[in-house]
Design a protein around this ligand. Structure first.
Ligand SMILES: [Zn+2]
Length: 181
């Protein structure tokens, strides 16, 4: 999910060069040699939920690359103009077709290597019937001992599920900050 580098200036279309800008900035940036626009690249946010029903959580089998056929929690890139909870709820509707009520933040995961911050909220399911969208092959509920740990699509999802079940066992939910190498 690493973004490819900027190739062309968004202002004038000229091929950019990566160099230190002239303003004393200490990081190389994509600089336009024609109009001098500096293009800053910053981390993206991925937002999702841990939808739960009794002692089970909802996982979605991915119908898209990367990790086609692997299981994941509903999550995706935030859109401009929405809050983190709105984005997480939208992804849960799109990928699982679930009915739910949003709850508190569970994990904040820094994935610095690819320039991403992932946020997962707990979400209380209001029904155990799902109507997944085209990005999902199947949406189904798993108890902790049914989770296909070797078939989980992303480390962020595995870490989030670990925290969810640990908190559930302890009877106290809190917010976990995790740094993924
Ligand atoms: Zn330019």
């Amino acid at each position: 999910m690493q973004r490819s580098p900027i190739k062309h200036c968004k202002q004038c279309g000229t091929a950019v060069v990566y160099r230190l800008p002239d303003d004393g900035d200490t990081k190389e940036r994509a600089v336009c040699p024609h109009c001098n626009t500096v293009h800053y690249e910053n981390p993206l946010n991925v937002v999702g939920t841990v939808p739960h029903w009794g002692d089970k959580v909802l996982l979605c089998k991915r119908n898209i690359e990367p990790r086609w056929g692997k299981w994941t929690l509903p999550a995706g890139f935030m859109e401009l103009g929405e809050t983190t909870t709105e984005g997480a709820a939208r992804e849960t509707e799109e990928e699982a077709g679930a009915q739910f009520e949003m709850e508190d933040l569970l994990t904040l995961l820094n994935v610095a290597r690819v320039g991403q911050v992932h946020l997962f909220y707990r979400a209380r399911l209001l029904s155990d019937t799902f109507n997944p969208g085209s990005e999902t092959i199947e949406a189904r509920l798993f108890s902790e001992d049914e989770i296909p740990w070797d078939e989980i699509a992303f480390r962020t999802v595995k870490e989030t599920l670990d925290r969810y079940f640990a908190d559930r066992r302890s009877g106290h939910f809190t917010i976990h900050q995790v740094n993924i190498d």
